[in-house]
Design a protein around this ligand. Structure first.
Ligand SMILES: Cc1cc2nc3c(=O)[nH]c(=O)nc-3n(C[C@H](O)[C@H](O)[C@H](O)COP(=O)(O)OP(=O)(O)OC[C@H]3O[C@@H](n4cnc5c(N)ncnc54)[C@H](O)[C@@H]3O)c2cc1C
Length: 430
């Protein structure tokens, strides 16, 4: 039996895998992308990004494509007991339609010359030998298993990466035990008055309009619908306007109380309860209609970590190389940045530089290690809403602190600036 052979086999055709395939195919490499889904499906995670738009522009994707992307004025971080904090107004905040984005990127990979096989799963990987080619075992919907040999295998296969698992590099991530619920809701189109008349969901219990309102209007409010990130006890909810007059809701929950509620009441009921309890939008007083427009998708786990992101004949990009809780909305950005670094490393590797793949792993750790530490620090605040409110009150009164946080989160200043003990003392000292 002859075994098919390719230069680079990419497992997974999400943003990381497609972006890498485009870059490699454009520079003349022979690339095969194997994607499990027959076509990019509906997805309500990975939709808000303050930084991905300029990177996507390098691929020819711009905010002019209204079916794909919607520019947003910014993101407002809200927690009870503090004025909201406006972020990303000077960056490129945007809400994406993930099925459209994934489909466009995959098409670009085809156009660039990559072979793309959809509806095909990779069921086994062996890529440990420096001498022999790597091998992947693939299985389509209607045919049996086949083996494909590759000079290099790339794991772009997300948080449960089979490539990372086969290489034995998975380690216990921080921030375990979280569950995410994602779905779309109708974009509120009603003016302030509507918020005073509770929606059906609001009438059902913890209506935002029935709560005491420590929430005050943001001093930096801008025109247009801003994304929101609302932190509450045991979780947070991101609300990002996306194309099609919809708002993408992403709820992350932790702690026994929420996990039990999920078990006993189910994800849809919990999602509705969380949305109904959200305060009105501080900018215009509108309330979110708490009824999901589509099935509530659950994600678990929400973290993945690896000891290293490359080996003799393999490397990992995007979520497969590591992912922590999506609070800072940087998954898409990481997918694109890691694809860029991987494309350079693979080109060097093919030119014969022996340490090219190891250098990629180092570059990735340098690029994202400080961001991960920042995410963990932020999560320590998010887990204690009263402490977060205290910090936000202080930051809100000091423009220099707000600006530093804004620029760091938008990746325009190194994360180390916000991890500096002097900076932290300025945020926290009474
Ligand atoms: C609840 C939630 C909310 C999020 N919100 C945001 C956000 O607002 N902004 C943001 O930037 N990021 C967010 N993220 C993260 C974002 O979704 C990811 O970082 C991004 O999708 C990573 O892209 P990727 O290409 O690495 O992986 P994925 O998008 O997961 O793509 C992996 C692909 O590999 C395929 N695959 C997997 N296994 C196999 C196999 N064995 N064989 C063949 N194909 C396979 C899958 O079908 C999939 O298409 C969120 C994540 C979650 C869970």
């Amino acid at each position: 039996m002859t075994i098919e052979r390719v230069e680079v086999a990419i497992v997974g055709g999400g943003p990381a895998g497609s972006a890498l395939a485009i870059l490699l195919a454009r520079s003349g490499h022979e690339v095969l992308v194997v994607e499990r889904s027959a076509a990019p499906g509906w997805r309500a995670c990975g939709v808000f990004s303050p930084t991905a738009l300029p990177r996507l522009a390098d691929f020819g994707i711009t905010a002019r494509d209204g079916a794909l992307v919607r520019r947003l004025p910014g993101l407002r971080l809200e927690v009870r007991g503090s004025p909201p904090l406006d972020l990303f107004g000077n960056a490129f905040p945007a809400g994406f339609s993930r099925p459209s984005l994934d489909a466009v990127l995959l098409d670009m990979a085809r156009t660039a010359g990559a072979q793309v096989r959809t509806g095909v799963s990779v069921t086994g990987v062996s890529a440990a030998s420096r001498v022999d080619p790597a091998r992947i075992e693939v299985r389509g919907r209607d045919d049996g298993s086949r083996v494909i040999a590759a000079d290099l295998v790339v794991g772009a296969d997300g948080i449960r990466s089979i490539v990372a698992r086969s290489a034995g590099v998975g380690i216990r991530p921080a921030l375990r035990g979280r569950v995410a619920l994602t779905f779309h809701v109708r974009e509120p189109g009603r003016a302030r008055q509507a918020a005073i008349e509770p929606t059906a969901g609001a009438r059902s219990g913890t209506a935002a309009v029935e709560q005491p309102r420590p929430w005050v209007a943001s001093p930096n409010a801008r025109p247009g619908r801003t994304a929101r990130m609302v932190v509450f006890d045991g979780g947070y909810c991101g609300l990002a306007p996306v194309p099609g007059g919809r708002v993408n809701a992403g709820i992350v929950l932790h702690g026994r109380r929420w996990l039990e509620a999920l078990r006993s009441d189910g994800p849809s009921a919990v999602a509705r309860r969380v949305l109904a309890a959200l305060p009105p939008d501080p900018a215009d007083g509108t309330c979110i209609d708490p009824h999901p427009l589509d099935a509530v998708a659950g994600s678990f786990p929400l973290a993945h970590a690896v000891r290293r992101a490359a080996g003799p004949r393999w490397l990992l990009v995007g979520d497969a190389a590591g992912f922590l809780d999506p609070f800072t909305g940087e998954g898409l950005d990481r997918a694109l940045v890691s694809a860029g670094l991987a494309a350079e490393a693979i080109a060097e590797h093919r030119r014969g530089r022996p340490d090219a793949l190891a250098s990629y792993a180092d570059a990735l750790a340098d690029r994202f290690g400080p961001r991960d530490r920042l995410t963990l620090l932020l999560q320590a605040f998010v887990a204690r809403p009263a402490v977060l409110a205290y910090a936000l009150r202080r930051v809100g009164r000091r423009e220099a602190l707000r600006r530093t946080i804004d620029l760091v989160l938008a990746d325009r200043l190194p994360a180390s600036r916000a991890l500096d003990p002097h900076f932290l003392a300025a945020v926290l000292a009474p």
